[in-house]
Design a protein around this ligand. Structure first.
Ligand code: ADP
Length: 224
């Protein structure tokens, strides 16, 4: 049952960009290619939809590879501050444009054991969501030095998640309210990727949230 549900969801997600690309190409073939008012606009739309397809595809492949243990993950010493800098470069502007405060700590020389690329994806997905699902307030990253671990929290005062969805939101394609996040462009894969990446790091993502009271996603990473 889970397998057919997965196929139904995947088909649905792939259908929109494929039909959209096909539609624009047909319109171009029917003459719009010679209309300088629209031809570049349509080409750009085709390009954007193909990028969306590519992202969907690579996200799904990565989830499956981690699940099947096929991803050759190289563990290395990861300087957390390098990830913090990427987060700041990636999100400062979008948070600012929405009137949100984004607090990213200086983690100095804190080092964890992991795969930098994958851990970066993990942080990016969580901060991206925190911004997407907040209309006001602050998004902050809290980093705490524990005995053998570094504890990480991504905290927002956004729209929050009702407790009844807390287990499901980490499933592939799951969105709390279909229309709400569809408008924001998500495919419901971000948290599933986070869950799988952390599993590959022998860690677990935890959620504490209530509807209209913000969300905190937390996880531990092993120190070297
Ligand atoms: P999406 O691409 O839809 O954002 P995700 O897998 O990243 O997919 O998240 C799944 C769902 O969990 C989202 O559709 C959203 O409803 C909910 N969600 C995730 N992060 C947050 C957050 N920080 N605040 C409120 N809701 C969230």
């Amino acid at each position: 049952k889970a397998k057919s549900q997965f196929i139904a969801n995947a088909t649905h997600e792939f259908k929109t960009p494929i039909f959209s690309i096909k539609g624009y190409i047909e319109t171009l073939k029917d003459g719009a290619i010679n209309d300088s008012n629209v031809n570049n606009i349509f080409l750009n739309k085709i390009y954007n939809q193909s990028k969306r397809l590519e992202k969907l595809f690579s996200n799904l492949i990565n989830i499956s590879k981690i699940e099947l243990n096929e991803l050759d993950i190289k563990f290395e010493k990861v300087l957390l501050n390098e990830i913090m800098i990427v987060l700041s470069e990636t999100f400062s502007e979008s948070a600012n444009n929405k009137g949100l405060n984004l607090f990213i700590p200086n983690t100095k020389d804190m080092i964890v054991l992991g795969n930098k690329e994958l851990l970066q994806t993990c942080f990016i997905n969580l901060v991206d969501n925190a911004i997407k699902y907040s209309k006001k307030g602050t998004i902050s990253i809290s980093i705490k030095n524990l005995n053998q671990y570094i504890q990480i929290k991504i905290i927002d005062n956004g729209i929050g998640i009702s407790e009844k969805y807390h287990n499901q939101i980490f499933e592939r394609f799951f969105r709390v309210e279909d229309s709400r996040s569809r408008n924001l462009g998500g495919a419901g894969l971000g948290l599933s990727i986070v869950k799988h990446i952390l599993l590959a790091h022998k860690s677990k993502i935890l959620l504490s949230s209530a509807l209209n009271h913000g969300s905190t996603f937390s996880f531990n990473l092993k120190k070297t």
